[in-house]
Design a protein around this ligand. Structure first.
Ligand SMILES: [Zn+2]
Ligand SMILES: [Zn+2]
Length: 362
């Protein structure tokens, strides 16, 4: 039996349709028929050759929801229920080793040097070959943490929980607003929209979203932003003034950088109040540098600067819970749906930011 998959063979070139043999499963592996595969911002950077982790040729796609087609041996979900063929499932895309210093001592599996992410750092020439979600099938590794999707949930709505939603959950696990706080979110893509939702859920009463796309800023309001700043209309210094005016001249309590570029991180540092925190969660790949002044930017204002690298199963769980609590809201984030064969078109609409989130529905 073969599965169709879309393979990245050369950067910046269209993905190529390939027929890949479905191998016999090893113990603990799960063959999953993909029902929805999210196009992530990281996929664009991978496609454009900007992600140093990537090994070609590879099947893109690390955000998936699918139906169990076959299981080798017995496999339990995170909730302790035995998986059955036909179950609709969702999984943590990263599989960490569980035994290194970061996994076993620090309990930070997202930092595990042995972490494998199908659709990011494993080629399609490596077993089990079906290593990405832009395909009819994926084979999940024995170590994958799996959740069963509740009956009636649209698979497309859940895909973002495995990546942008989980990364945002990780960020808010590290730094949380206090009830009543003012939070600024720079970058209203899926990651920023999750950040708005988490900021509100943790009690922020004023959430200001800054970005360059009207569609995305309007969506920011739907997700709970109280103020939006279009950076094409409100210049840098004006944006800072708006935030100072809203905070008695202090600056925001927490600023979330969800854009993944140096200018956004520098702006985040200038918008936070003395003693506040900056959460930088947008850098999934290198995004430029800026001149950092340890005195003015950090020490003199007693600022906490917190980086966020990917996520772990507990963050995937939080993001999933966030979506399941208001699925109609998160469904609005899915602006485009494509059949698998139109994957290259889906990448294009994400690249030009026409889509907030595009999902492949094989
Ligand atoms: Zn490890
Ligand atoms: Zn991603």
């Amino acid at each position: 039996m073969k599965a169709q998959a879309y393979v990245l063979e050369a950067f910046n070139e269209p993905l190529t349709a390939r027929e890949i043999n479905i191998p016999n499963l090893e113990p603990g592996q799960v063959l999953v028929k993909i029902k929805a595969a999210g196009i992530c911002g990281s996929d664009l950077h991978i496609w454009q050759g900007e992600d140093p982790r990537v090994k070609l040729p590879m099947i893109l796609g690390h955000e998936g929801v699918g139906e169990v087609a076959a299981i080798k041996g017995k496999k339990l979900t995170v909730e302790g229920e035995e998986l059955k063929e036909g179950d609709l499932i969702f999984w943590n895309r990263g599989v960490s080793c569980g035994h290194c210093y970061y996994c076993a001592v620090l309990r930070e599996p997202s930092l595990c040097p042995n972490r494998v992410v199908q659709g990011i750092n494993i080629a399609t020439t490596e077993p089990p070959y079906l290593n990405g979600c832009y395909a009819e099938y994926i084979i999940l590794q024995p170590g994958a943490d799996i959740f069963r999707v509740p009956v009636g949930v649209d698979p497309a709505v859940l895909v973002a929980a495995s990546c942008s939603g989980a990364t945002a959950a990780h960020g808010f696990d590290l730094v949380r607003p206090e009830p009543g706080d003012t939070v600024v979110v720079i970058g209203p893509g899926p990651l920023g929209l999750f950040a708005v939702a988490f900021a509100r859920a943790y009690g922020a009463t004023t959430v200001i979203v800054s970005g360059g796309s009207k569609t995305r800023l309007e969506m920011g309001q739907q997700f709970g932003a109280t103020v939006t700043l279009d950076r094409h209309e409100v210049q840098d210094e004006e944006r800072r003034q708006v935030i100072l005016d809203l905070t008695h001249g202090r600056g925001a309590d927490l600023v979330v950088e969800a854009a993944g570029n140096a200018a956004a991180l520098l702006e985040a540092i200038t918008l936070v109040r003395p003693g506040g925190a900056v959460l930088s969660m947008g850098f999934g790949q290198p995004g430029g540098t800026f001149a950092f002044d340890g005195y003015q930017h950090l020490a003199r204002r007693n600022i906490r600067l917190q980086g966020v690298w990917v996520s772990d199963t507990r963050h995937v769980y939080r993001a999933m819970a966030m979506i399941l609590a208001q699925p109609e809201l998160f469904a609005r984030m899915i602006t485009h749906r494509f059949p698998l064969a139109r994957v290259n078109e889906a990448l294009e609409v994400m690249a030009c930011k026409e889509a907030v989130k595009a999902v492949l529905m094989p």
